[in-house]
Design a protein around this ligand. Structure first.
Ligand code: ADP
Ligand code: 5GP
Length: 190
């Protein structure tokens, strides 16, 4: 691998990783988002090719067969998410660092693959109640889908220790400052 660094953000749904990742992207021009592929429906505010590559299940499974993914998973039943190898190559060619918003299993898989070139960050909140509240407020899933996310989150909270570092996101300002500090340190800026 060239000098590209990989910054991996993982957390239970609702912990705030998308918020933190978006912020880092705005403040660090040397950073590019790794756009994942997914088979879930697009939310109104999402843009194809910017937030995700939205694929049909058939297309996704074809790409699995062609070994086009660096990692992939059925994060929720029947819904695939994955990082395309071509996406990592695209950003490497630009000479930029990559930031990932992936689930806990995917994050650990990327860490295993890219080792010291990667920093795996776990975003944590103080309780499952907080996650529930945030997901209700975000209001992007049906009640059943939200319940599935919460059930998965309870299991994911146990993965914290397997990550390089933890960012607590109770107060957003503190979480953003810590994330920036970790990025600067890891990329040798400070
Ligand atoms: P994730 O990507 O981990 O699922 P999001 O970044 O979408 O989480 O955050 C879930 C919801 O919680 C969003 O509506 C977001 O605006 C809100 N949120 C994020 N961080 C905080 C925070 N520290 N305090 C309160 N609300 C937050
Ligand atoms: P959402 O549907 O809220 O955008 O994402 C649901 C979950 O899928 C989040 O935990 C998100 O981080 C994860 N996710 C997004 N892209 C990928 C990916 O490429 N691989 C894996 N393993 N998980 C992903």
């Amino acid at each position: 691998m060239n000098n590209t660094k990989l910054i991996i953000f993982s957390a239970p749904s609702g912990a705030g990783k998308t918020t933190i990742v978006r912020h880092l992207l705005e403040t660090n021009p040397d950073l590019t988002f790794s756009v994942s592929a997914t088979t879930r429906p697009r939310r109104d505010y999402e843009v194809e090719g910017k937030d995700y590559y939205f694929l049909t299940k058939e297309d996704f499974e074809q790409k699995i067969e062609n070994k086009e993914f660096a990692e992939y998973e059925q994060v929720y039943q029947g819904t695939y998410y994955g990082t395309l190898k071509s996406e990592i190559e695209r950003v490497r060619a630009e000479g930029k660092n990559l930031i990932f918003d992936v689930d806990v299993e995917g994050g650990l898989r990327l860490k295993k693959r890219y080792k010291e070139d990667s920093l795996a960050i776990f975003v944590k909140v103080s309780s499952v109640e907080v996650l529930k509240e945030r997901l209700e407020k975000r209001n992007t899933e049906s009640e059943a889908k939200r319940a599935e996310r919460i059930a998965k989150a309870v299991k994911e909270l146990l993965y914290e220790k397997l990550f390089d570092v933890v960012v607590e996101n109770d107060k957003l300002e503190d979480a953003l400052a810590k994330a920036q500090k970790l990025y600067d340190e890891f990329t040798g800026k400070k």
